[in-house]
Design a protein around this ligand. Structure first.
Ligand code: NAD
Ligand code: LMR
Length: 335
C-alpha cells in the first residue's frame, strides 16, 4: 500500500509516518507538502529511524529487506504522478497561539477551506482514491472534498478516533478498570457536538452503568483534554501522539483489508462480540440515520477502497437527539 500524506511535513503527518515505519513498515509513504525541504528532512530522518526498528528484538512483520517500504517527499503538484492507494489530508494553515479552547476546531474552517480547494485541484488528475481527512474541522472539510471531487462517497473518511481513546480513558478511571478493556464508540461531530454512544459502551464486555452527572463529567473531560494539552504544550504540538496512533490504526486496517475483507475496528486476536469494537469515522451520509448533505461520525467497516459499509445502530433517544444537534451544527456551515 502507498500512502500519500498531504501536509506531510506537519506535526501529525510526520508522526503518522514515524508510527507507520515502526508498526507497518511495508507501507510506502510519500510526504507531500508545499514545504518540500521540511518534508524531505523528516522523511530522511524517519528512514534512518527505520534501521533501528528493523534491528530491535521482537518481530514486527515487514521489516525484512524484500518487504520494507519507502519514504519519499513530493510537492502537491506531483500527486497525480505518485498514484497513491490512500491519501491522508493533514495540511493546515498555521494556528494562532491562542487556539487553545474547544472553539478552535471550527475557527479553522475558513483558513483551511482555501487549502482544501487548492489540493482538490491537484487531486483532479487522480482516479478516485480513499481520502482520510485529519485537518479540522474534519466533518465540514470531508463534505467539501466530496462535493469538489465528485468521487464515490465511500472514498471520503474523516478521522475522529481520538475522542474514543479519551472517553475510554475517562471511563476506565471512573470504574477503576483498564482502558484497554473499555469500549465506547463516539458518533456525531468531531468537536463540540460529539455523541458518546453510552448505550453500546462496554467494560470487560459488560454494559456500562453511569449516572447522568458521571456522563456530564466524562463529556467535559473529552471536550477539554485536547485543549488542556495544547495549552501546556503549544498549538504547534496539538495531540500528536493519540492522533497519529489512531490515524495509523485506520491506515493499517485498510492495508489489512487489501484482500477486500472489510475491517470494523476489531483488534487482531479478539473474538468480535456483536459490533463491540466497531469504530466510528466521519463520512458523507445519504439518508443513514435520517441525514443527508452532511458528513458525520458513524460506525463503519473499511476496506482498501474506503468505507465498505455504514452500520445503522438503534440509538437511545437522547443519543438520537444529540446526533440531530451534531447534524444541525455541521450542516449550518455547509453550502
Ligand atoms: N482530527 C483530529 O483528531 C486532529 C487531531 C490533531 C490535529 N488535527 C488537525 O490537523 C491539522 C494539522 O495539524 P498539525 O499541527 O499537524 O499541522 P502543522 O501546522 O504542523 O502543519 C501543517 C502543514 O501543512 C502544510 N501545508 C499548508 N498548505 C499546504 C498545501 N496547500 N499543500 C500541502 N501542504 C500544505 C504546511 O507546510 C505544514 O507542513 C490541524 O487542522 C489540526 O487541527 C486534527
Ligand atoms: O488539534 C486540535 O484542534 C484538536 C484535535 O481536533 C483533537 O481532537 O486532538
Amino acid at each position: 500500500m502507498h500512502v500519500a500524506i498531504i501536509g506531510g511535513a506537519s506535526t501529525i503527518g510526520t508522526t503518522v509516518a514515524y508510527t507507520l515505519s515502526g508498526l507497518a513498515p511495508s507501507v510506502d509513504v510519500s510526504l507531500v507538502d508545499i514545504n518540500e525541504g521540511a518534508a524531505w528532512a523528516h522523511g530522511t530522518d524517519i528512514e534512518h529511524a527505520s534501521y533501528h526498528f528493523a534491528h530491535a528484538p521482537g518481530a514486527v512483520p515487514g521489516h525484512d529487506t524484500e518487504s520494507v517500504g519507502t519514504i519519499r517527499s513530493a510537492t502537491p503538484d506531483e500527486l497525480g504522478a505518485l498514484d497513491p492507494d490512500l491519501l491522508v489530508f493533514n495540511a493546515a494553515a498555521p494556528q494562532p497561539d491562542d487556539a487553545t479552547d474547544p472553539s478552535a476546531r471550527e475557527a479553522e474552517l475558513e483558513r483551511n477551506l482555501s487549502i482544501v480547494r487548492d489540493v482538490a485541484e491537484d487531486l483532479q488528475s487522480l482516479d478516485p482514491t480513499p481520502l482520510l481527512v485529519v485537518t479540522n474541522p474534519i466533518d465540514r472539510l470531508v463534505y467539501h472534498f466530496y462535493t469538489l471531487l465528485e468521487w464515490p462517497r465511500r472514498c471520503f473518511i474523516g478521522y475522529s478516533l481520538s475522542e474514543t481513546a479519551r472517553m475510554v480513558d475517562g471511563i476506565a478511571d471512573l470504574v477503576d478498570g483498564h482502558r484497554n478493556d473499555v469500549y465506547c464508540p463516539m458518533m456525531g461531530e468531531h468537536g463540540e457536538h460529539m455523541v458518546p454512544v453510552f448505550s453500546r459502551a462496554r467494560v470487560d464486555g459488560d454494559p456500562l452503568d453511569v449516572t447522568e452527572s458521571e456522563r456530564t463529567e466524562l463529556m467535559e473531560y473529552v471536550r477539554d483534554i485536547p485543549f488542556d494539552i495544547a495549552e501546556e504544550r503549544g498549538v504547534d504540538e496539538t495531540s500528536r501522539w493519540v492522533t497519529s496512533a489512531g490515524v495509523s490504526r485506520v491506515v493499517r486496517a485498510m492495508a489489512a483489508a487489501d484482500d477486500d475483507v472489510p475491517i470494523d475496528g476489531t483488534p487482531a486476536g479478539v473474538e468480535p462480540a456483536g459490533d463491540d469494537w466497531t469504530f466510528c469515522l466521519s463520512t458523507p451520509l445519504d439518508g443513514e440515520y435520517g441525514f443527508e448533505d452532511v458528513s458525520l461520525g458513524v460506525p463503519v467497516d473499511l476496506d482498501a477502497d474506503g468505507v465498505a459499509a455504514i452500520h445503522e445502530w438503534d440509538l437511545a433517544d437522547d443519543e438520537s437527539a444529540e446526533l440531530r444537534r451534531a447534524y444541525e451544527s455541521v450542516r449550518a456551515d455547509l453550502p
